[in-house]
Design a protein. Sequence first.
Length: 98
Amino acid sequence: GIRDAITVFDEWLENYKEPSDQDKQLYKQEWEEFRRLCQSDANKHCYGKDPTKEELRRARDDLANGQKLLIQLLSNQRQSSSRSTPFPLTSNAWIWLS
């Protein structure tokens, strides 16, 4: 219960050490990388619980693009006599297919 939580927190406080300058620099770099990734194409294609009209349009576009890509990939593979034919996937293709 609550007493156990207090015990755990007290133990954490007793063992806490202030981060070194090197650790602070590392944490800063990690946050910068996190923010950069949040702005990536993949994250721009996420949809919330109450999507906006723009998010719904983007979802429909992603679905349509994914379906076209799958048809293209299957057609190319079917026509190819070799199974080692590479698939023409762009970075957005992974978003459309996911």
